[in-house]
Write a protein that binds this ligand. Sequence first.
Ligand code: GSH
Length: 358
Amino acid sequence: MTWTLFGDWNSGATILEILLNEAGADVAFRPVSIARDQQLSPSFAAINPMQRLPALVAPDGTLVTESLAGMLVLAEHFPDARLLPPAATPARATALRWMAFLAGELYGAVGRFDYPERYTTDPAGAPAVRESAVAETRRLWALLDRHLGAGPYALGETFSALDAQILVMSRWSNGPAVWVDAHCPRIVEVVRATAARPSAAAIWTRNYAPIRPARTDEADAVASLVEAAYAPWVAVVGQRPGPMDDDYAARIARGEAHVVAEPSGALAGLVVIEEKGGAFWLDNVATAPAYAGKGLGRRLIRFAEAEARRRGHGAIRLYTHQRMERNIALYQGLGYAEIGRGVEHGFARVFMEKRLAG
Ligand SMILES: N[C@@H](CCC(=O)N[C@@H](CS)C(=O)NCC(=O)O)C(=O)O
């Protein structure tokens, strides 16, 4: 009775992932990387001819594309999960109204923001398409915000599929998440209530929870996170990798350790950044085992790259152990190139660099 969900870790599939969690369904997640345009590949076109995410396959093999259809199908398949208010009630009508609004109007504006060149025959017009898409997303969120009744959820006291859609879609489009948080108090209230649900807490954490400087009282928690994250590498490397014995109290005191925490406060991820010898270093990325391979590490790497740019560096460097071949391949996939090898502090290291576009 397994549902198969094709999606990126932060995409329309995330809405369905929350609903499948609410229903306690058995799910096989099939990652499709939008950053690598895997949704445009012939193999994915054979699954969804629209070449978009999400694509959901029911246990009987039925394919469901279009996020709204996926939400409705799951609500029908799992009546006990009460993903929608009872049929033929005002609350149901309101839920359907705003779900269609977000899936139709908002999704369209997000598509124009993400791929403006698809919506103009004049390449020079793409920036204007994107600009108008930003204005449209803001108009739509403000409109929804004004029309939602009392909370904490979109429909009041009770969670519905609409809340999962608001949680995920309000975080997209780069700028607008910041804008929504500043201008749409009801949307923020829905996001906060939904993020705290067991079905969404881990999803919230890996995709959207803020990356913030670690606090001084978190040094032990940071060390434990690193211990768990690097434990599988000890046998591969033949010794404890360097980050396992770093001084995290000192890193925190210097403002070099940044973390992502679950709504409960438990740490999910760490990135250590450092300016050394005129260069900007991504010293260490670690995720709690439950978050491995689900996009949190990449988000932490993107944060480090943005921080390097913000501080005026044209490149970012990192090192990894020569035996950590999987990591070397991962960094190459993210645009890092090898700049040297050598033994440093007793570790056989590979040094890599990525040039950062302005
Ligand atoms: N109408 C579709 C829109 C799906 C959509 O645009 N998905 C985005 C990801 S969240 C996508 O696949 N973008 C990649 C692309 O358009 O190439 C739905 O509601 O599912």
